[in-house]
Design a protein. Structure first.
Length: 94
């Protein structure tokens, strides 16, 4: 079996978040764990993240109370269970 790759995406709901998520989904490698760390609490952002729950078999959505991006990133990394780790900012695409 292929090793698990964890993708950590901290987000405030950047306007390109949907494109970033879709770029992950379009990859051919499918043994992935996706972790969204929401650090701007709003219903629209939470709904967007939840709308992808059925598209990824291993999806974690968590909220951070820290406004510091590096702290938020570390919170996501601590949740990762994959053999490999990938960071995808909410305004990037693969």
């Amino acid at each position: 079996m292929n090793p698990l790759v964890t993708i950590v995406t901290p987000t405030t709901g950047a306007p390109y978040l949907r494109q970033a998520i879709e770029s992950v989904k379009s990859q051919t490698y499918d043994n992935i764990q996706v972790i969204f760390i929401l650090y701007k609490d709003n219903e629209e952002l939470n709904n967007l993240a939840e709308s992808y729950r059925h598209k990824f078999s291993d999806l974690i959505i968590t909220k951070s109370t820290s406004p510091i991006r590096s702290t938020v990133m570390w919170e996501g990394i601590k949740l990762a269970t994959g053999e490999y780790l990938a960071i995808l900012d909410d305004d990037d695409q693969w």
